[in-house]
Design a binder for this molecule. Structure first.
Ligand code: SIN
Length: 526
């Protein structure tokens, strides 16, 4: 098993370790000298080169950096991967759960060993800074440790029941479903892909891993670590290419047991409707979709703590986390003071090449995100909003070939405005003010989404009111490391309510593995 990684308080607590820097920098150099190669898909352990050609993955840091060339998988590749996963399932399902746990613990050891190379790939592929990229690896390691602990505690999810009648002995044994497509997003290309795949694999299901086309290399490194750790070929498969090429097969193929998806609300809901309409009977789905997360700052708050927590939650990874704060509500009596402090702190954030030490915020993921940023700022201004700080696309010097924008705070927009409602996935906060805690909670809850929410208050009664009334799955009070971000396996259960998610049993939490299992009640009459 991998060495214990740092305590469960996110990468914020690891930023003081100087020994990480030279190792990350050496890995970044290795990445630059090796990058740009061609990569196959892996189906049933075999390399597969697509008949439809290849696509290029380029770095958002600088688009002249070629990450690699990947296969444009087709519908028939999707079908072949499902067949391979079904064959793999037959073997994996019957493998004792203890062996499966051991294989995944070996995976965690390999991730720990490879973490600098994986982090360099994440940084180049999706533009995370070095600590955010390393945190994905530490988090994947801790996720394995936590899930392994759960499997042992629950004895592979097998429970002796009471006697139903004379001589009746019943055990409820939880069993896996079968082959699962796992569709992962760009923003946590290693950790979130692993979160879903690990849940499926540890419980005896097989996986067709379909990483986002924005981060296929990180997905490949994840696949390689599973296979090198002893997860058999076919139990995990790796396919790449535009999601549309796979969706038809994933939704309609009756050999698919369930689908695990993390991504946007639009794509998730489309898949949800199709999967349930096309299959002959109900099948499980895991959906983690976006959000529009609020941070509430009460007049009683410790202002410096609240500023730090808001800035980290809103601008960490450029606001491109499902958990990012994008709506800020400040109690009227401290509104001006708080916004001054927030603006000042925001302008001090280091924006630039995330490979460089000290960078806080790197580029956005692609040109479309930059256009959305420009359009959102322009819309805010047209609607009477004021740009307190930021609002700029950054194109000078070494940033010219990447997708850089400045962290932005917008005030004076009507609270009913679209920008308070729609998810942007950008480093933009819209800020409004309120009079009472009741009003703050009503504003915070005024959304279809329900992933993360935070409050800063020094009053117990306000905290109590917040936790009782807030309608979000992951909630925090007074968290300066990130008012709405930074959930960690074994410390938080990361689940979205309403439009943010489906199952209500969050990744990293005590009930997550049950998403991939179904009860079988076994009664023997002696
Ligand atoms: C996420 O946003 O998807 C990751 C977890 C977090 O920041 O809490």
């Amino acid at each position: 098993m991998a060495k214990k990684s740092p305590p469960k308080v996110t990468y914020v607590s690891m930023s003081g370790d100087p020994s990480l820097d030279p190792k990350f920098e050496a890995a970044a150099r290795r990445f630059r000298s090796d990058a740009g190669g061609r990569h196959p898909m892996f189906i049933g352990g075999e390399k597969v080169w697509s008949s439809a050609g290849e696509f290029e993955s380029r770095s958002p840091i600088d688009t002249s950096i070629m990450v690699g060339r990947f296969q444009i998988g087709t519908r028939s590749d999707a079908k072949a991967a499902i067949e391979a996963a079904l064959t793999g399932f037959e073997e994996w399902r019957d493998t004792p759960w203890q062996r499966r746990v051991e294989a995944l613990e070996e995976f965690a050891r390999l991730v720990d060993e490879r973490k600098f190379d994986i982090a360099a790939a994440i940084a180049y592929e999706v533009g995370k800074n070095r600590l955010e990229a390393l945190a994905e690896c530490w988090e994947a390691v801790d996720a394995v440790r936590y899930c392994a602990e759960l499997m042992r505690k629950e004895e592979g999810y097998s429970t002796k029941m009471g006697e139903g009648g004379p001589g009746e002995h019943t055990t409820v044994v939880c069993k896996p479903y079968g082959a699962w497509p796992v569709i992962s997003p760009f923003n946590f290309p290693f950790m979130l892909a692993n979160g879903m795949a690990l849940g499926a694999l540890m419980t005896g299901n097989s996986v067709i891993l379909k990483p986002t086309s924005a981060a296929p290399l990180t997905g490949l490194m994840l696949y390689a670590a599973y296979v090198d750790a002893g997860v058999p070929a076919g139990v995990v498969n790796y396919v790449t290419g535009p999601g549309g090429n796979f969706e038809d097969e994933f939704a309609t193929n009756t050999d698919v047991a369930g689908i695990a998806f993390t991504g946007s609300r639009d794509v998730g809901m489309k898949l949800y409707r199709r999967f349930h309409a096309e299959q002959r009977y109900p099948k499980p789905m895991l959906l983690e979709m976006g959000s529009k997360n609020p941070t509430i700052v009460m007049a009683s708050a410790d202002v410096s703590k609240a500023v730090e927590g808001t800035v980290r939650a809103a601008f960490g990874y450029g606001g491109q986390k499902c958990s990012a704060t994008s709506r800020l509500f400040v109690q009227e009596s401290i509104n001006d003071e708080f916004l001054d402090a927030l603006g000042e702190r925001t302008t001090k954030l280091a924006v630039g090449n995330p490979i460089e030490k000290g960078t806080f915020m790197g580029p956005l993921i692609n040109a479309a995100a930059v256009s959305k940023f420009e359009a959102s700022v322009a819309e805010a201004k047209r609607s009477g909003g004021r740009v307190l700080v930021g609002g700029d696309v950054m194109k000078s010097g070494s940033l010219a070939k990447g997708f850089y924008v400045s962290p932005t705070v917008i005030t004076h927009l009507p609270l009913s405005h679209r920008l308070f409602r729609d998810e942007l996935f950008l480093p933009i906060i819209v800020a409004g003010k309120f009079k009472t805690i009741e009003e703050a909670i009503r504003l915070a809850n005024d959304t279809d989404y329900g992933l993360t929410a935070g409050i800063f208050t020094e009053k117990k009664s306000e905290m109590k009111e917040f936790f009782e009334r807030i309608r979000f799955g992951v909630t925090y009070a007074n968290r300066s490391g990130g008012s709405t971000t930074g959930a960690w396996p074994g410390a938080q259960s990361f689940t979205g309510w309403n439009a943010s998610g489906l199952t209500g049993r969050g990744v990293g939490g005590p009930h997550y593995l049950l998403n991939f299992l179904r009860d079988q009640s076994q009664t023997v009459v002696a």
